[in-house]
Design a protein around this ligand. Structure first.
Ligand SMILES: *[C@@H]1O[C@H](CO)[C@@H](O)[C@H](O)[C@H]1NC(C)=O
Ligand SMILES: *[C@@H]1O[C@H](CO)[C@@H](O)[C@H](O)[C@H]1NC(C)=O
Ligand SMILES: *[C@@H]1O[C@H](CO)[C@@H](O)[C@H](O)[C@H]1NC(C)=O
Length: 379
């Protein structure tokens, strides 16, 4: 890396630092105009970031600086309940974060799917325990990293299934996200809440239906994840509809990396099969009860406030309950410093948030976390 050159470029433009006030970051210490460039370089090393050229680096540095200030302002505003800082997304504008890391297009589908049914009443509120954390019971698989593709819904759905599988006393499995990403594309069907666009987003119901139809799912070890790290280039799944799903992002795809070449049904996890699935009423007490009695649950959220999240309980800042754009897994709930929270598993690697998880306010419909919760039963 040509750090010397960078120094000259930046030192020759000191006036650009004027709007930047700085503050204290829990990881990097005090960040001020005179050391923010140094912090940027440390951040680049930490996240193995290298830009194509100096002008890109300069542009990213400006965005980084804006985000440093944004994180400090957010920390002040949220009074120590949430800590914001320099995450792996600190060089993106909020618009880029939304476009690159989340699935904004899915919100209108969530809005339109009015046919959802909430079959069983599961209320028995007096029995709610005060705190539950399924990760402490050893049934939740390790946190993984989806990379820069829209596969969050596959991670959350498969993680729910493998948690339920472990809860039934079976040995832990890491299920193959790549299999589903490579093989599943279905046109939207609002009556069944199915839609999947491979690496361009989708809904949990489509994943349940796929597993039932194809007869199972294999393990991460047999069919490893690669599309998110750019180490494979699968062609679009059979049936992919570019009109519904937007243009498939991988142009020069490789047939050897694709579903027909890689899928081996004889490698499916023996005995693992989904039976039924259903939505959970969008009421947080009911959700807590279902979480406690049935296990981890898939959910959707407007994740725009997570860009700079480091730790603590997220209370809504810019996020909105109707702009769902990311899928996650609810794994627990509790109360901390008098604030009720959900504990949520994310798929942005262990370096994100609290060891790959985040906590978000519970009982106020924060960022729409209650709006699209589903559960599954296995055979
Ligand atoms: C979804 O519906 C809500 C409430 O009706 C609305 O405010 C929001 O803009 C809609 N979002 C999309 C993407 O259609
Ligand atoms: C699941 O993945 C984790 C981390 O990648 C690994 O340590 C663990 O051994 C895997 N579990 C199984 C059952 O293969
Ligand atoms: C928590 O809330 C209760 C009741 O509202 C109050 O009495 C108590 O002082 C609060 N505790 C803290 C640590 O804020």
């Amino acid at each position: 890396m040509k750090l010397i050159n960078l120094m000259f470029l930046f030192l020759s433009k000191p006036c650009a630092l004027e709007a930047f006030k700085g503050g204290h970051d829990p990881m990097f210490g005090f960040i001020q105009p005179n050391n923010v460039l140094d912090i940027f370089q440390r951040w680049m090393v930490q996240h193995s970031v290298l830009y194509a050229d100096l002008s890109t680096t300069w542009r990213r540095f400006q965005i980084f600086k804006t985000n440093v200030q944004r994180a400090f302002d957010l920390n002040e505003k949220h009074g120590g309940l949430t800590t914001f800082g320099l995450t792996q997304f600190a060089d993106l504008t909020p618009q880029e974060f939304l476009k690159n890391q989340l699935i904004p297009g899915i919100a209108k589908l969530f809005n339109a799917s009015s046919q959802r049914i909430f079959p069983r009443s599961r209320k028995s509120r007096t029995e709610l325990v005060s705190e539950i954390d399924w990760t402490k019971k050893g049934v939740v698989p390790p946190v993984r990293n989806q990379g820069k593709v829209g596969t969050c819904y596959i991670f959350s759905t498969l993680d729910m299934i493998s948690s339920r599988w472990a809860m039934k006393g079976n040995p832990a499995v890491n299920l193959s996200v790549e299999q589903v990403a490579d093989c599943l594309a279905v046109a939207p069907d609002l009556f069944s809440d199915s839609l999947a666009c491979g690496i361009n987003g989708g809904l949990p119901y489509a994943v349940f239906r796929y597993i039932k139809k194809v007869g199972g799912v294999t393990t991460e070890e047999m069919y490893p994840y690669c599309v998110g790290s750019g180490t494979c280039k699968p062609c679009a799944p059979p049936g992919y509809d570019p009109e519904m799903c937007e243009r498939y992002p991988l142009n020069d795809c490789d047939k050897a990396d694709s579903c027909p070449a890689k899928l081996d049904t004889s490698q499916f996890v023996q005995g693992l099969m989904v039976n039924t699935w259903t939505d959970v009423m969008p009421e947080e007490e009911t959700i807590a009860h279902v979480l406690e009695t049935e296990g981890p649950l898939t959910c959707a959220v407007d994740a725009s406030d997570l860009q700079l999240y480091k730790s603590g309980i997220l209370v809504p800042d810019r996020c909105r309950p109707y702009d769902l754009n990311h899928a996650c897994l609810l794994v627990g709930y509790g109360v901390d410093r008098n604030v009720s929270y959900w504990k949520v598993k994310n798929s942005w690697g262990r370096q994100f948030g609290e060891d790959g998880y985040y906590r978000i306010a519970r009982g106020i419909g924060a960022c729409g976390i209650h709006r699209y919760v589903s559960t599954v039963t296995l055979e």
